[in-house]
Design a protein around this ligand. Sequence first.
Ligand code: ADP
Length: 310
Amino acid sequence: MSYFSSDFTLGILGGGQLGKMLLYETRKWDIRTRVMDPSGKAPSRLACNEFLQGDLMDYDTVVAFGTDVDLLTIEIENVNALALQELERRGVKVFPGAKTLQVIQNKARQKLFYRDNEIPTAPFSRFGYTSEIRDSIDNGGLSFPFVWKSAQFGYDGQGVKIVRKPDDLEGLPNVECVAESFVPFKNELAVIVARNETGETRTYPVVEMEFHPEANQVEYVLCPARIPEEVAHRAREVALKVSESLGHVGLLAVELFQTEQDEILVNEVAPRPHNSGHYSIEGSFTNQFEQHLRAILGLPLGKTDRRYQL
Ligand code: ADP
């Protein structure tokens, strides 16, 4: 299969900044790209071969978009997963697959997946509605502090609240959610795993993520994380286990907590390039965007080491 200077078309759902950075690589390689985003001003618009404006959550729109591409990927996880399932049924290659997205799009399902696959994660309870949490507190099923997380559509900390007392539940939307044990962590870590269809894997070095206290977005990424080699090794092993358990193809960014006892717990994952991996653009032999393309195209994976040693 020739991907380059051919009619091979890569479809990308989402045209945000991650998509734009992915297109820097496809352009180096001369791969045809077709991008869809709800906004006509999406950052990817200028760098792709074809741009379509469309709703990523609309079943028919996503099926129509994916029908005549050779390979479909995403740069945002909130896309219609049933449409991806239908495209897979029709023989379109979709990486990450519909099953992975269905697990990841819902935090309750994601937590159950970790539990079922013996992946270490903070203890949690699931609730159909936030209002049910009060009963659980009254019955002694939950104790403070815990972390409320909306099951769907949360990002950059918007669907997350630390609940220290009953009043903290006031004003939260009455939606499907999880209540997770509060983890007094030493560090928030991340590991990016690349995996291709043949099961070849590579992990990037463990990084530390420091979040802005109000904006809740990553402000500093420190590579390599200032942690003992043994802890870093375990973090990479846990991240690999998540990727393998999902049968994931592409990049998977695994966000982890390092507890005070140096346990490694999975917080959540993102099935795509990640803001904890932007340093790799200048800092790594293979940047995360090239690596994602290598993984989904079935090319040999590139070296993940840092180019500059301290
Ligand atoms: P989002 O999907 O919005 O990024 P996260 O689940 O990553 O949400 O949570 C946002 C932040 O909240 C995390 O980066 C972490 O600082 C804090 N947090 C999340 N879960 C816990 C927990 N169980 N214990 C302590 N802090 C947590």
